[in-house]
Write a protein that binds this ligand. Structure first.
Ligand code: SF4
Length: 201
C-alpha cells in the first residue's frame, strides 16, 4: 500500500497537534483529530518564532482556529515542528493572550492598557524626537594616507554620514523577503545603521 507522507503523519499522529509532542495518537484519538478538522478551512502560515521558518497548517471554523500542525508539504520542516511551533495553537486560543498594548509610564509601578492608536503615536513621536536629537551629518574617522616618501600615516578626516546612532531595529522571523526589503528602505531612510534580524542572532 502506498502511504504518502501526509497519510503517514495523519496515521501516526506525529504532527504534534493537540500538544501530543513525541507521542503517537491512539486510533480513537486520530479519529477525533480527523473529525475535529473535517469541515475546517485549511490555510498555511509561517511559524513566527525563529528563522527556520517552518510552515504550519491552520484549520479554522467560522474564523476561529481549531487546530494547527506542521505542513507536510513544506520542504523546510516536512510536517514536523519543534515544541515552540507545536504550541502555536495556544498563541491564538489563550485567555492570557495580550490583545492590547501595555504601557508603563516612567516611574510608575503598574502597566496599563492603552489604545493602539495612542501607542503608534507614542512610537512615532519618540522615533522622531530621538532621530532629531541624535542625527549626525558628519563623523570623523582615522584613515591611512600615503606620504610622498611612500610611508603611511594616520589622518583624521571628516566624512558625510547622515546617520543616527540613537535608534536600533530588530526584525522578525515572521517577516518575508518583501517586508524585509521595505523595512530596510524605511530604516535606511531614517539613517539607522544598527539594523538586525533574528535570523542572524
Ligand atoms: S517550529 Fe520551531 S524550528 Fe520551526 S520556525 Fe517555529 S520555532 Fe523555529
Amino acid at each position: 500500500m502506498d502511504v504518502s507522507r501526509r497519510d503517514f503523519l495523519k496515521i501516526t499522529g506525529s504532527t504534534l497537534a493537540l500538544g501530543s509532542v513525541g507521542t503517537a495518537l491512539s486510533p480513537e484519538e486520530a479519529t477525533a483529530q480527523e473529525l475535529r478538522i473535517k469541515n475546517a478551512k485549511q490555510t498555511t502560515t509561517i511559524c513566527p518564532y525563529c528563522s527556520v521558518g517552518c510552515s504550519i497548517l491552520v484549520h479554522t471554523i467560522d474564523g476561529k482556529i481549531v487546530n494547527t500542525e506542521g505542513d507536510p508539504d513544506s520542504p523546510i520542516n516536512e510536517g514536523t515542528l519543534c515544541p515552540k511551533g507545536a504550541s502555536l495553537f495556544q498563541m491564538a486560543n489563550n485567555p492570557a493572550r495580550l490583545t492590547k498594548p501595555l504601557y508603563r509610564a516612567p516611574g510608575a509601578l503598574e502597566w496599563r492598557e492603552v489604545e493602539w492608536e495612542w501607542a503608534f503615536d507614542q512610537i512615532a513621536r519618540k522615533v522622531k524626537d530621538t532621530r532629531d536629537r541624535t542625527f549626525k551629518l558628519t563623523s570623523k574617522s582615522k584613515i591611512k594616507e600615503k606620504k610622498p616618501d611612500g610611508t603611511e600615516v594616520d589622518v583624521e578626516k571628516e566624512f558625510v554620514v547622515n546617520r543616527t546612532d540613537g535608534i536600533a531595529h530588530v526584525g522578525s522571523a515572521a517577516m518575508d523577503n518583501e517586508e524585509c526589503y521595505l523595512m530596510q528602505k524605511l530604516l535606511r531612510s531614517w539613517g539607522l545603521v544598527y539594523i538586525e534580524h533574528q535570523a542572524r542572532i
